[in-house]
Design a binder for this molecule. Sequence first.
Ligand SMILES: *[C@@H]1O[C@H](CO)[C@@H](O)[C@H](O)[C@H]1NC(C)=O
Length: 284
Amino acid sequence: MKIIGLFVLFAYSVVARVIDETCDGVIVHNIYHNKEIIKEDINSAYQLAIDYDKNTLFFSYSKADVGSMFNSAYINLKTNEYKEIEGINGGFANAVDGQTKTVYLGGSDGIYKFDYETCRATHIDGVNDNTWQIFIKKNIYYTTYPDEYVYVYKNSQSERVPEMLETKAMLVALDNNDNIYFSNSSGLFVHKKVKNYVIFLGDYNLNSITNDVNGNLFFSTPEGVYFIDDKSEQVKKLVSIDNIYGVVVEKDGNIIYASENSIVRLKPSKTNCIVNEKHSVNVI
Ligand SMILES: *[C@@H]1O[C@H](CO)[C@@H](O)[C@H](O)[C@H]1NC(C)=O
């Protein structure tokens, strides 16, 4: 009896140790994820955006040798071909209009269109602001710095978004029901379209907000990646990772994030993990 008992105990501790080891890493939805480095030695990659049609990731990065000057670049997610984009001043914001299949880039003097053939950006008419972020949902929405105003660009003209006249916003995103999510130094808010009022979602320190191919919204803070469940009206933390600079979601749902000096894809493994960490869930 004693011997069997010892054996069971021994076997149990071995199993427990193996599970612990396998799960000491990145876990999303209770599944262990491997980190796959897409681009190394890239300084502070911000404002990630994917052209799903061309499977290409756009981002801006900081040219360490030229102070804090930002520059736009892209990487083909299949071939890993990397290119820096010419023709834009202080390239910072990146967004893709999936419907018109147009890539827009924001610089220190307005918005540009990107041309794959020449690998150059060309300034569009009607926007000359220092552009912080661009988000496309039917129209082109963008924020400015240092004013932190939200504009919409349509019919070759831009105007302040009427619902956002009273507030500052650094980042903006629309869900499938035209609710406007925005963040400023006070946290994350949503302007509800139907009832025309603003709800505070939490004092998250957002550095990026993005939508996946179905229009679901995700955002990042320096502590991790979050999902906004618009049906249950909850913010859910998907994964805790330190020093995140931005996030984007691939067509098949894989998370890509930027760290201080690299761009990383989280690839799900076949390992299931039991996570004891309490997920931070905020009820709206
Ligand atoms: C952020 O937005 C909210 C909601 O509009 C507003 O009440 C708050 O004053 C803003 N914070 C800053 C720092 O402007």
